[in-house]
Design a protein around this ligand. Structure first.
Ligand SMILES: Cc1cc2nc3c(=O)[nH]c(=O)nc-3n(C[C@H](O)[C@H](O)[C@H](O)COP(=O)(O)OP(=O)(O)OC[C@H]3O[C@@H](n4cnc5c(N)ncnc54)[C@H](O)[C@@H]3O)c2cc1C
Length: 249
């Protein structure tokens, strides 16, 4: 179990999912989730988030990696990263999206996607405490490649100074999930038009060693554990992984 997968150490101030005006689903509310474990599951399964922040009055939404320690999400980047610097002390919105399938209905109107997604609102904070910054970088690294921090060289003071880390509390969030097949109008079911789902999941290929590696450096176990396997797939898709021709991991 990685640091990021450990059960969050939540404070009493934590809110149930979708319990504030801006996290309350207005459309298709039945797809909303209230259990905070659903947020943990989306964050554990995802690799990329999108950070939405207003810079000089203009909204900017940029993709980035993330990590989590307890009830805090951490994003990192260059110390010159405009979004991270602008986020400090501001309200931001972070989303994590997992695409689980393309839903092809008989009617164009009813086409959809299967997904799990999380939306998090909160005041971002630039991390300045050295210990918290290092722990956050470890969480980001180990979230992407579990076990990598122990294997790789740790950042130098100069590298740490060149890195910005932003913390976002996970208190105010929503999770929305769509699963299952297409939902068509009754009169279209006998139309003979093909309908169904194309399941989707992120799958890593075989590891490609750097040609600059000296001879004899073997692929480490934490890399082999990811290579050629689906990552973060929906639980029902993982159950069908063999049938789908995916390596079961
Ligand atoms: C991969 C993917 C593809 C999608 N494609 C489409 C599309 O093509 N067209 C379309 O209309 N919608 C699509 N959606 C759904 C979309 O994200 C919105 O949920 C939907 O459009 C309703 O928008 P709204 O502004 O009315 O949301 P509202 O219900 O008004 O949003 C209110 C609050 O509910 C929460 N919320 C809303 N949506 C989500 C979400 N997806 N995940 C977590 N929390 C949420 C947020 O906290 C938000 O502030 C897609 C979602 C995903 C993940």
């Amino acid at each position: 179990m990685t640091l990021a997968e450990q059960a969050p150490d939540r404070s009493a101030a934590d809110l149930p999912l979708s319990s504030t005006p801006r996290t309350t689903l207005q459309r298709l509310r039945e797809r909303g989730r209230t259990d905070r474990a659903e947020l943990d599951a989306v964050l554990n399964a995802g690799l990329v988030c999108h950070l939405g922040v207003v810079i000089d009055g203009e909204p900017v939404v940029l993709p980035t990696g993330y990590g989590r320690i307890g009830g805090t999400l951490y994003l990192h980047g260059s110390s010159a990263n405009r979004s991270l610097l602008a986020a400090d002390g501001q309200q931001v919105c972070v989303t994590v999206t997992l695409l689980d399938g393309l839903v092809c209905a008989r009617a164009v109107f009813h086409h959809s996607m299967n997904y799990r997604s999380a939306v998090i609102f909160g005041a971002a904070r630039l991390v300045t405490d050295p210990a918290e910054k290092l722990a956050a970088l470890r969480a980001v690294t180990d979230h992407l490649v579990p076990g990598r921090w122990e294997h790789a060289r740790e950042p130098t003071r100069k590298e740490l100074a060149a890195t910005a880390v932003v913390a976002v509390p996970l208190d105010e969030a929503s999770v929305k999930v769509r699963s299952g097949g297409p939902k068509d109008d009754p009169e279209d079911y006998d139309s003979g038009i093909w309908a169904g789902v194309l399941p989707a999941a992120l799958t890593f290929g075989p590891a490609e060693p750097d040609p600059a590696l000296p001879p004899g450096v073997e692929i480490p176990g934490h890399i082999a554990a990811l290579a050629g396997r689906p990552r973060g797939a929906a639980p029902d898709l993982m159950a069908d992984a063999d049938h789908l021709g995916w390596a079961n991991g």
